[in-house]
Design a protein around this ligand. Structure first.
Ligand code: ADP
Ligand code: 5GP
Length: 194
């Protein structure tokens, strides 16, 4: 059976990274695509693990060489999904998750209409702001950009197949698991019966 593409989006600070860390711990068969970005690394981020941190000219070369499955500009930086790693995993039958912003998600869903699309919502915009500030890793200007962009993104949540509010983390995680595995494939049913 071929692999499946899962597109997960939602405003910055909503908790996508936190949710995905737990999801990947529980389901090692899932592969999270590592994006390229021109943004500077945050204190805790590692090149090649969290992102491939590249210069603007390196990013532009990747675009020219058609190495990116999708890309977008977000808060003054470029972000994109390297195509080869995703293609290789899908061809091997693995499930691949893309954690990307709205414009990129729209591009991917045009090319891969069968992808599963999930939008993560905050309980409120105030709580979103608290989370971005609480993370304490973005300069003030970046926070303002992110909050502005968040409102546009939230308005587009209905374009996605599934919307999940990340209020209680564990509840949101269970809903993501249900979205991905709930409509059980034959493989998973037999795993559950073992
Ligand atoms: P994103 O990847 O969407 O930008 P992060 O995963 O970095 O968001 O989360 C932003 C902040 O919100 C982090 O400090 C994280 O610990 C916190 N957070 C995530 N989920 C929840 C939740 N359900 N309740 C409270 N805080 C949360
Ligand atoms: P951050 O700077 O907070 O890590 O990410 C900012 C935004 O860029 C988030 O909404 C994140 O989902 C998105 N993003 C991360 N990687 C990619 C990518 O490869 N492509 C696109 N289009 N967006 C991405």
């Amino acid at each position: 059976m071929g692999g499946k593409l899962i597109v997960l989006t939602g405003p910055s600070g909503v908790g996508k990274g936190t949710l995905l860390r737990s999801l990947l711990n529980r389901h090692q068969e899932l592969y999270l695509s590592i994006s390229a970005t021109t943004r500077s690394p945050r204190a805790t981020e590692v090149d090649g693990k969290d992102y491939y941190f590249v210069s603007r000219s390196e990013f532009e070369q990747m675009v020219q060489a058609r190495e990116l499955l999708e890309w977008a500009e977000y808060a003054g930086n470029y972000y994109g999904t390297p195509r080869p790693a995703v293609k290789e995993r899908i061809d091997r039958g693995q499930w691949v998750i893309l954690e990307i912003e709205l414009e990129g998600a729209r591009q991917v869903l045009k090319s891969f209409p069968d992808a599963l699309s999930i939008f993560i919502l905050p309980p409120s915009v105030d709580e979103l702001e608290r989370r971005i500030r609480g993370r304490g890793q973005d300069p003030e200007e970046a926070i303002a950009h992110r909050l502005q962009r968040a409102k546009t993104e939230i308005a587009a949540a209905g374009e996605f197949q599934i919307q999940i509010v990340n209020d209680d983390l564990e509840t949101a995680l269970l809903k993501i698991e249900e979205a991905i595995f709930g409509t059980n494939t034959a493989d998973r049913n037999s795993e559950a019966e073992d």
